[in-house]
Design a protein around this ligand. Structure first.
Ligand code: FES
Length: 519
């Protein structure tokens, strides 16, 4: 089932895209180097930013502590949509008619930009223009679709129309909103093309380099974990969850896990398109053209807050997705893919892109993908490139990371009350009473006196103990049995089984503990 991967640095599952080999470009960062811009993060946001800056003739250095596109870029399902996961009706409440116009315009512009880059750089990544269809689950409100259509049209998407059903012969969706001119592609092949283009421009890409400190100023400095220094006129933090905002941004967005299954289907049995229902959490569906004889149907959903999975067995989520799919797509053959990924959900539904709060004007960030990571990353790169170039951009205020999100006070309070409740885990007794209960290849929280330990027993039976305290703000991590990671339920930091930080906002690894030393 799993493809062999070199891109995977964010969990044990393998996505459909990970068979694409994205080469590393330079291994050894010099002791000190200078650039116009240092970009931290080599996913689609960081690489698109580096590429656009390179087109303007700027000297760019990109660093990442994992491989190129080893994070969430390799775990997306790559729906390219100006339709909004958070729905225009919801966004209208917080951003008004002018705001939703900018939202629709910016995501549509991102699809155009991806198409233009594919053409300019001859990137073969199966980019396609497709229609998107939004429909209700059984018993859903038809009034909602009508309201969403009106809101989408107020947002400037004049061609959005209500049709009798999505064009899926085996699945009567009932009335659906058709969003023309959406898109899809293979994200890893696209990113591989971007990296090659950056290299051709003379940009420098370094993998296996972790940023430890960002010092704003003129010039700004990035100090790496090994003590090397990169001096730059500007720094862009494009690390999915920002590593330079300890409190401000983590309070304004929440991390969620989402699950994906893939099935072989006969060629042509399902019309190319993006399909979404309005269930909560919602399902998202698309097709990947694989060979002359078959396609792959990929279906996602089953979202939950990171580190807060009430299912003891994550396979149950895949089973529910499989059941949902087989009931609607009886032509679905062998289940060939299972993976999960992470999305950052801003409380007011709009990403955070621009000058980093609390830093000088030359540190920028791109975060808060809101489940639309590919277009969000691309519009983020366009916006940040304009800001660095000193050009006005109409999206600047909408996406400003320093904006007041209290117009979404209800969402803000709900998410942060949930975070506060997670700290009660410190009073718990742990998952197991003894390490003997931990099976090879799994992990569990163990109480030892006043301390909680995150203990992983490797495949040969050796136990590795770490403090269970997340190095961000001290939440108690929990074991993710699917991805074999320690996930923090507070703000979504994730660590490898051995405690290496994989995803922010934490910057440091879990602290090593000795099982013998504990009382
Ligand atoms: Fe904030 Fe762990 S991510 S406490």
């Amino acid at each position: 089932m799993a493809n062999k991967s070199i891109a995977n640095d964010s969990g044990a599952s393998f996505s459909l895209w990970m068979h694409t080999r994205v080469p590393g470009y330079r291994q050894e960062l010099p002791d000190s180097c200078e650039a116009d811009v240092c970009v931290i993060g080599a996913g689609i946001a960081g690489l698109t930013t580096a590429y656009l800056l390179g087109l303007e003739g700027r000297r760019v250095v990109v660093i990442d502590d994992g491989p190129i596109a080893g994070g969430e870029t390799s775990r997306t399902t790559a729906h390219l949509a100006s339709a909004q996961d958070d729905r225009f009706t919801f966004l209208l409440r917080y951003h008004g008619a002018a705001g939703i116009k900018l939202i629709a315009e910016s995501h549509a512009a991102a699809i155009d930009r991806i198409e233009a880059i594919c053409s300019r750089e001859s990137i073969d990544c199966d980019f396609r223009r497709v229609d998107g269809y939004l429909f209700n689950p059984p018993g859903g409100s038809s009034k909602f679709l009508e309201e969403e259509r009106k809101a989408a049209q107020r947002a400037g998407l004049a061609d959005v129309e209500l049709v009798a059903r999505a064009p899926l012969p085996s699945f009567d969706t009932g009335p659906a909103l058709r969003f023309p001119n959406q898109g899809q592609f293979d994200p890893l092949r696209y990113v591989r093309g971007l990296a090659a283009a950056i290299d051709k421009q003379g940009g420098h890409l370094y993998t296996g380099v972790r940023a430890d400190k960002i010092e704003a100023g003129s010039p700004a400095r990035v100090v790496t974990a090994s003590g090397r220094r990169i001096t730059a006129k500007a720094v862009v933090v494009a690390t999915n969850a920002p590593i330079n905002s300890l409190v401000s941004l983590p309070l304004k967005q929440a991390a969620y896990r989402s699950y994906v299954v893939g099935f072989a289907v006969p060629k042509g049995a399902i019309q190319l398109g993006l399909y979404w229902d309005t269930e909560d959490p919602y399902h998202y569906v698309r097709l990947v053209e694989e060979s002359a004889a078959s396609d792959v149907l990929i279906v996602g959903g089953e979202d939950h807050k990171t580190g807060q999975d009430e299912q003891t067995d994550p396979q149950l989520r895949f089973e529910r997705l499989e059941k949902w799919t087989r009931e609607r797509f009886p032509m679905a053959g062998e289940l060939t893919q299972k993976w999960s990924g992470q999305v950052m959900e801003p409380v007011d539904g709009v990403g955070f892109i621009g000058r980093s709060p609390g830093h000088d004007a030359n540190v920028y960030l791109i975060t808060g993908d809101s489940g639309q990571g590919m277009t969000h990353a691309t519009l983020g790169a366009v916006l940040v490139t304009d800001l660095i170039g000193g050009r006005p951009n109409p999206w600047e205020t909408l996406y400003d990371p320093s904006r007041n999100v209290m117009r979404a006070a209800g969402e803000f309070l709900r998410e942060n009350a949930n975070v506060a409740a997670q700290y009660l885990d410190w009073l718990g007794k742990g998952d197991v009473a003894s390490v003997d209960e931990i099976k090879p290849g799994t992990g569990a929280i163990l109480r030892k006196g006043a301390r909680l330990l995150a203990v992983y027993r490797d495949e040969v039976g050796v136990c590795h103990a770490r403090s269970a305290a997340c190095t961000h703000l001290g939440g108690v991590v929990s074991w993710n049995g699917l991805e074999k990671t320690w996930d923090c339920p507070c703000h979504g930091t994730r660590f490898s089984a051995l405690g290496r930080v994989l995803n922010g906002p934490a910057k440091h690894d879990l602290v090593v503990a000795d099982l013998k030393d504990e009382a």
